[in-house]
Design a protein around this ligand. Structure first.
Ligand code: ATP
Length: 370
């Protein structure tokens, strides 16, 4: 995630109960959220969760069945796409192949009948911005994928939109280029201060680039928050599974801050007390689990066997088996000099500790509460 940045006080985009159906299927089901001025905001979710449809409604390419869209405080219902203060960058560039780079970038400005000298100024400014100075007269079908996506970005930015909508703009590019363009996009957004709404199914991309993320599932927003918050404190089983790797352990409350699981009794460090018999899921990230050779004098310790070791260069990943429960543990970011982070052998019996303050308690919507 990004360092905390100073964002505008104003709301750039406000969605109120947005719903869109295609026949029987509900693509977007009552989404309400606010995006702040200058924010890098991501819509993250698996294929078919409705993120593209949501973006297309903001752009004006789809009309909602119900709900409202406000951009800069103005109601957008009935306003055609070209009259909205937004521009869209698509995954497949959508450039005119027979036109030059300059022709593509100038297209929208010519439609607005902007004077020629000003158009030329803006083209030069935009090419500088996307690191392709002097590319005015190249044909776009002679450019690489990364260069095309930069031109598509320039074409959107010359219109000076209040909000830039980006629909999986990097997913057609190879990994190296994708990583480079991530950084370029972040820098650009920071420099221009334009609000970005970025659609992606790639959780790493969303975590690296965004100020805040809305995680979508089946047309609804499951969780919305700062990147760290969504990663550290998933509030639903879906979010815990979709973002990062989580160990999820079903548990039943035996006391307000104590649960019973198939791995034993655990104490919790929760602000909210549980009710007796309440069924929850405990989520813990692989890098938060601690391993010991000798029994530690710590709460939430239990025995497990090292079932597999995955060496990834910078870390060891252990697959642990306790009864028939499998847990993943990463030693990355852990100080292996310290007790609790020793190296272990295949088949070794170890002590596993789930530190209470690292356990995230999630309401178990998948189990029927007794
Ligand atoms: P992807 O990443 O695959 O594009 P997405 O999260 O962007 O997925 P949407 O494209 O918004 O999801 O689609 C949400 C749901 O609405 C899907 O079930 C999809 O099949 C359906 N849908 C989207 N557009 C249409 C359309 N024009 N006609 C019929 N159904 C549609």
């Amino acid at each position: 995630g990004r360092r905390e940045r100073r964002l505008g006080e104003n709301v750039a985009v406000r969605l109120e109960g947005l719903t869109k159906r295609f026949g029987e299927a509900t693509a977007v089901a009552g989404v309400s959220l606010e995006i702040r001025d200058g924010e890098f905001f991501s819509l993250l979710g698996p294929s078919g969760c409705g993120k593209t449809t949501l973006l297309r409604m903001i752009a004006g390419f789809e009309e909602p069945d119900s709900g409202r869209i406000l951009i800069g405080g103005k109601d957008m219902v009935g306003v055609p796409p070209y009259r909205r203060p937004v521009n869209t960058v698509f995954q497949n560039y959508a450039l005119f192949p027979h036109m030059t780079v300059a022709g593509n970038i100038a297209f929208g400005l010519r439609m607005k009948r902007m004077p020629k000298p000003e158009i030329e100024q803006r083209i030069a400014w935009a090419l500088e911005l996307i690191n392709l100075p002097g590319y005015e007269n190249r044909r776009t079908d002679q450019l690489s994928g990364g260069q095309r996506q930069r031109v598509a970005l320039a074409r959107a930015l010359v219109n000076e939109p209040e909000v830039l909508l980006l629909d999986e703009p990097l997913s057609a590019l190879d990994l190296k280029l994708r990583q480079e363009l991530r950084v370029e996009l972040m820098n650009l957004q920071e420099r221009l201060g334009i609000t970005f709404i970025f659609v992606t199914h790639d959780q790493e991309e969303a975590l690296v680039m965004s100020d805040r993320i809305a995680v979508m599932n089946r047309g609804q927003v499951e969780q919305i928050g700062a990147t760290e918050e969504v990663y550290e404190w998933p509030r639903t089983p879906f979010v815990a599974r979709f973002i990062g790797d989580s160990n999820l352990i079903p548990a039943t409350a035996t006391e307000p801050r104590r649960v019973h699981t198939s791995l034993g009794e655990f104490v919790l460090d929760e602000e909210d007390a549980l009710t007796l018999g309440q069924k929850v899921l405990l989520s813990i990230r692989p890098e938060k689990i601690r391993l010991f050779r000798d029994r530690p004098n710590l709460p939430n310790a239990f025995r497990a066997k090292v079932d597999d070791i995955i060496y990834t260069g910078s870390e060891n990943q252990y697959r642990l088996l306790a009864g028939d429960t499998c847990l993943m543990c990463d030693t990355l970011n852990q100080d292996i000099q310290e007790p609790g982070h020793e190296e272990f052998a295949y088949d070794e019996e170890v002590w596993v500790v789930l530190p209470p303050e690292k356990l995230v308690v999630i309401e178990n919507s998948e189990a029927k509460n007794a």
